[in-house]
Design a protein around this ligand. Sequence first.
Ligand SMILES: *Cc1c(COP(=O)(O)O)cnc(C)c1O
Length: 426
Amino acid sequence: MFEPGAAFAESLDRADPLRRFRDQFAMPVPHRAAESTYLDGDSLGLQPRAARDMVIAELDRWADNGARGHFETDRPWVPYHQLLAEPMGRLTGALPTEVVTMNGLTVNLHLLMVSFYRPTTSRYKILIEDHAFPSDHYAVDSQIRAHGLDPAHALVTVEPRPGEETLRTEDLIDAIDRHGSELALVLLPGIQYYTGQVLPMAELAAAARAVGAPIGLDLAHAVGNIELSLHDLDIDFAVWCTYKYLNAGPGATGGAFVHERHHGDSDLPRYHGWWGHDRATRFEMDTLFRPIPTAEAWLVSNSPILAMAPLLGSLTVFEEAGGIGPLRTKSEVMIQYMDYLLDTRLEGRVESITPRALDQRGCQHSLRINDPSVSGQQVYEELAAADVQCGWRYPNVVRVAPVPLYNSFADIHRFVSILEQILDDT
Ligand SMILES: *Cc1c(COP(=O)(O)O)cnc(C)c1O
C-alpha cells in the first residue's frame, strides 16, 4: 500500500483532497533548518489565517464602536458565544444547546463538578485513571476536599496492568462495577494524553449509568481529532480546550457539554453568574436568577471576545473542510503511513506505545526511544535543533501528532528521516 521513498509522500500529498488547507495556516519560521516540521498540534494548533482576521476585526470593532459593540454592530459581543454553538455542536456530535464556549478546561471541570459531583455518605467516590492529566487530578482532589472528604478514601484510580502502557476496557469496567454504589462520579479522558489511547466512551458511559454514577469526559485531545457523538453517548458532561486540535490560539476559550436531559433541572447545584441568566431579562438587573434552559446556564461571566474570535475563525476552516469526517479519513491514512515508515525504517529502535488499532487512537503517536546509546530527551533536543517541533513527556516519550488540516505526508516522511538520521549519528 505504501512505499518508503520521499516521492511516494509527495504523491500522497498530490492526491490529498484537503491539501489546500495547509496554505490557510501560518507555518512556524524555521530557526536552524531550511524548513520547519510542525508535529505539535496536540499541544498548540497552528494559527489559521482566519483566526488572525477575526481577532483584528474585533479589535477594529472595539476601536470604532466602544461599548456600542456589545449590541449594535453586525456581530455584537453580547451573543458572541452563541455563534460558536452550532459549529461546536457539529464537531462534538452535540445539540447546539448542549455546548457552550467559556473559561478554560479546568475551570469548566470545576464548574461541572459542582453540578455533577454531589457526594452523599454512601456514594462519594470519584473514579479517574491513574495517569490523568495533572490539572484534572488537582481539580478532582480539591473538589473532594471542598466537600470535607479525604481523597485517600474518595479517589479511586485505575491504572494499566504491570508492564502495559494502555488501559484495558475490562479493568475500567470492573472498577466501575466494583465501586458501583459508592461512585458519585466517573471522570475519564476521551483520549489519554500520554499514550494517545482512545477510550471506549460508549461502553464506559453505559457502565457508569448501570451503577447509577454520573460520567464526565475530558476531551482535550479528542475534540477536533476524532469523531464524537456526545449527545448519543448519553454522558452527563464533557469539557475541552480549543488551543490543541481546534487551533484557537494560546489560552483560547474552552468548551463544555451538558447533556440536554439536565437542562432546566432546578435541583442541580450550579455556580451562577449573569451570563447564565435569561437573555431577555438579563439587563433588567433583577436579583432573582432565571437560568437559560440550555448549557448556557453554566455561563458565569461575559465572554472574552478576543479569546473567542480566533476560535470562530478556526471553526470556519473546519466547516470548509467538511467537518471532522473528511479530516479523520485523511488522518487515518496519515496514521497508517507513519506506522509503516516507523516499521520499515526504525523497527526496534523506536516503539510506539499508542494502540495500533485505528478505533483506539487519534492522530497522536507516542514514541519511546529504545536506542541504548541515546536518551529520549536527547533525541527530543536534536529534533528541536532540526526545527522539528513535537512534544516531550517525561520520562521517555516523544509525542508526534500529524494534523490532517495542515500537515502533509511529506512532513511525516521528513520527520521519520530526521529521526533516523539522529539515531544513526548517535
Ligand atoms: C491540555 C489539557 C488540559 C489543559 O487544561 P487548561 O485548563 O486548559 O489549562 C487539561 N486536561 C487535559 C487532559 C489536557 O490535555
